[in-house]
Design a protein around this ligand. Structure first.
Ligand SMILES: O=P(O)(O)O[C@H]1O[C@H](CO)[C@@H](O)[C@H]1O
Ligand SMILES: O=c1cc[nH]c(=O)[nH]1
Length: 253
């Protein structure tokens, strides 16, 4: 990062350099910020700006920041880019994804890479550039997933911009178009779909930092069935623990 790109205060997330830690967890839903804070000590909530919520806390002696971006690749990459400018070098997105078989509802899905079907990553690198997760980061996530003993899959995600046009059909006609798209991605062996991963992985590579995504598969790609809230609450706690332990290790490096 050049001196010009370095900043002391981030424009949209509103955080000062001394308010963020050495690694960052990116979540979508702002309600997850208070819940992940319960898994850290010495917690500091950054003043909320434009609905972007940030908390920094300590885990295993390391300062970790979690920021909620809301939904979609454009804002998720703004958050990553700003945290990068504040000096952070390790990023893990955690949240939810749509399950593509063999991944099923309630399984963890870890992105080793992602199909770039969103528009934001094109502003960082041309389409031939691969969206690949950081190998060391994913090695740590894999070892923690194995320890937890819950079902998980690692592989390629598909990342899309159009939630009701490409991922979740509300009308019969749109559902059949989306079903054809899902059959295509299943044939390619993708394990899940979301709205941010390929943009974050591409941006991180171009910015020279580590990134990956770990999600719970919460919606079935074909039936559009959703996971129960009580099951998600348990899995969310597992996901927080895995993410914080991973980022504490990465921050200590
Ligand atoms: O991981 P969370 O925040 O649940 O986000 C997922 O749910 C939202 C709607 O699909 C998208 O942002 C998607 O990536
Ligand atoms: O349907 C879903 C569920 C989670 N995340 C998505 O992007 N889509």
């Amino acid at each position: 990062m050049t001196e010009k790109e370095r900043t002391n205060r981030a424009w949209y997330i509103g955080a000062d350099r001394d308010e963020v830690g050495r690694a960052a967890i990116l979540v979508g839903d702002p309600a997850r910020i208070a819940r992940i804070a319960e898994h850290m000590t010495d917690v500091h909530f950054v003043a909320e700006n434009r609905g972007l919520k940030t908390v920094t806390g300590t885990r295993d002696g390391q300062r970790i920041t979690a920021t909620a971006f809301g939904m979609g690749a454009p804002i998720a990459t703004i958050v990553l880019h700003e945290l990068h400018a504040l000096g952070i070098r390790n990023f893990l997105r955690i949240g939810t994804a749509m399950a593509v078989a063999p991944a099923k509802l309630g399984d963890f899905v870890l992105a080793d890479g992602a199909l770039r079907a969103e528009g934001t990553s094109n502003t960082y690198a041309p389409l031939g550039f691969p969206a690949i997760a950081d190998f060391d980061l994913n090695t740590k996530v894999r070892s923690l997933l194995k320890k937890r003993g819950k079902p998980w899959h690692a592989g390629i995600f598909g990342t899309y911009d159009g939630f009701y046009t490409e991922m979740f059909g509300l009308s019969g006609e749109r559902r059949s178009i989306i079903e054809t798209l899902k059959q295509d991605i299943q044939r390619l062996g993708l394990i899940g779909t979301d709205m941010e991963t390929s943009a974050l992985l591409t941006a991180a590579r171009i910015l020279g930092v580590r990134a990956s995504t770990l999600c719970v598969a919460t919606v079935d790609a074909f039936s559009q069935e959703k996971i129960a809230d009580e099951q998600m609450a348990v899995l969310e706690r597992d996901m927080f623990e895995i993410a914080l332990d991973t980022m504490a290790t990465m921050a200590a490096d």
